[in-house]
Design a protein around this ligand. Sequence first.
Ligand code: HEC
Ligand code: HEC
Length: 329
Amino acid sequence: MKKIFKIFIYVFAGIIVLAVGGYVYMMTQYPKVIPPPDLKITPTAEMIERGKYLAYGFAACMDCHSTRDFSKFTGPIAPGSEGKGGEDFSEGVGLVIAKNITPDKETGLGNWTDGEIFRAITMGLDKDGEALGPMMPYPFYRNFNEQDIYAIIAFIKTLKPIKNETPKHSFNFPLNLIFRTLPSEPDFKKLPDKNNKLELGSYYAGSCMICHSPMEKGEFIKEKLFSGGVAFPLPKGGYVKSSNISPDKETGIGNWTKEEFIKKFKSYQLPENQNIPVKDGEFNTVMPWIGFSTCTEEDLGAVYDFIMTHEPVKNKVEKFSATGFPQGN
Ligand code: HEC
Ligand code: HEC
């Protein structure tokens, strides 16, 4: 009996040593240090225009980094809050708040070098070289084109500086360790050829994929691309699930023509569609309809063409619940 007890203590001590060792290893070896590139962006009017197009549209920076007014349908950006941060992405992970990306010197990016901003967007490291959480979708921007990232930086530097302190993140175990391993060197894509619609659509459909494709262990499930059903908490309680936008005729958008698809997006350019009041407990959505409505018909059409090359997936999605949050999401 005594001997067994001793063995138990040894094993237990062994496990603790391994666990502590592993913890210390992860905390000291990760994130991998990647120095910010020595970069000085000389903005042109054309670059700023391109950056604005992406930041409001397919890159969706402004949707996450501004205040969204969910007393209205699709949560339009509250005027005057552009880039100030503060939206809460903590659900299930600890504490993480979108940061102030305006050029304010104390609370925003005013004192960051272009290289540091570039590194944050494409490699997921903050000014001090600490890992950002992947709710800042740098694993997606690492596949953008470099010139487009320069353009986005040129644009966000034109935002009105807003003083707004945002708290530092704090992730639950083991995410605090896992997130440290994610920052890595970018893998930039070439700019898509405008005449190659599928290449163009594939370049722009990344954000659609993130919200509309279910994942397993951080990877898209190949057979379920664009089949929807991913749940997002709604700020007023309950949740909304992304639609099935695979080409399935019954449960997806297989019956939508390209014109209908483009028209649905463009309808959110109308001021009356940007001001639809929503009461607590009524259907609302995180789909950034208003931001995407600024995308060109050509680019939206290319996204449609690209989505339509995928397998139709049968998956009926109940989009909305006024209460609760589904397990395992
Ligand atoms: C889905 C929401 C989302 C989108 C889209 C998004 N961000 Fe973020 N971003 C975040 C969150 C949340 C954080 C804070 C992460 C953390 O603290 O770990 C963040 C952090 C950052 C930081 C680091 C700032 C700091 O003080 O540490 C920068 C810079 C940044 N984002 C810029 C951008 C730009 C530019 C874009 C568009 C190309 C963008 N973000 C798109 C959610 C988002
Ligand atoms: C932040 C997450 C998010 C992003 C990014 C996103 N969607 Fe959505 N989308 C949703 C949610 C949630 C719904 C369901 C609620 C609604 O209808 O708005 C939806 C609905 C839709 C619908 C309506 C389908 C129907 O049955 O009525 C279409 C079409 C669509 N999305 C296409 C896209 C495309 C194309 C992109 C990329 C350009 C995209 N979405 C990006 C979350 C997102």
